[in-house]
Design a protein around this ligand. Sequence first.
Ligand code: JFB
Length: 246
Amino acid sequence: MTEPLRVDVLTLFPRMFDGPLRQSLLGRAIESGLVEVRIHDIREHAHDKHRQVDDYGFGGGPGMVMKPEPVFDAVESLGEEPKRVVLLSPAGRRFDQAMARELATEPRLVLICGRYEGVDERVVQGLPAEEVSIGDFVLAGGEVAALAMLEAVTRLVPGVVGNEESLGEESFEEGLLDYPHYTRPRSFRGMEVPAVLLTGDHAKIERWRREAALEKTERNRPDLLEAEAMGPDGGADERGSSEEAP
Ligand code: JFB
């Protein structure tokens, strides 16, 4: 085996990771030593007498902001080795499959989970940390987003997903959504499995799947088809700012 991917997660809610890290794909990847995940409680790096990790925001406005010192201390306690530091944030660059592939090649990742209104901007500037968002919706903190990223990255680490699931054939890898899947029974509540899937004619099945994937993509994610037509940069310049973080 090659070096495992090591991920350090910094959070004020370490117990949110207990269940997910023991289950299913993440649990098996960790159990088999392909991925090493360490959860760190940011509050253990608060050194004032009240163990304070948040404070009022300069300039006013509602809500509290996470102080920079405990976050810097927590990251610095991880040692000197170079590592990619990601700050989960609704104002981050959008996480996608290309970023997941990139992160899966790193030896070490640090995921910082904020709470409240977010983290003092000097964490981004000074550590430095890359701000990443998992999508245009509002969560209460970075923990669930970190788990989503962790699962997306972990399943791309060689050896985590077996050969029975070919990673190249699934959604996004070809710019289309996945084709529809069916299993037994052949007839269920009056709904039939498409006859072509029962023919054993693999060329015909391949053509049907491609067409069905295209229809599903047109219906559910027309933006993916437009992006394809506009080339690899998705025509970012022409499209304006309607897809920025909330
Ligand atoms: C991530 C977070 C908050 C400011 C703060 C820390 N896709 C996503 N939605 N929401 C988050 C995210 C990611 N990644 C996210 C970290 C924090 C939300 N909050 C709460 C909500 C709105 N504005 C604090």
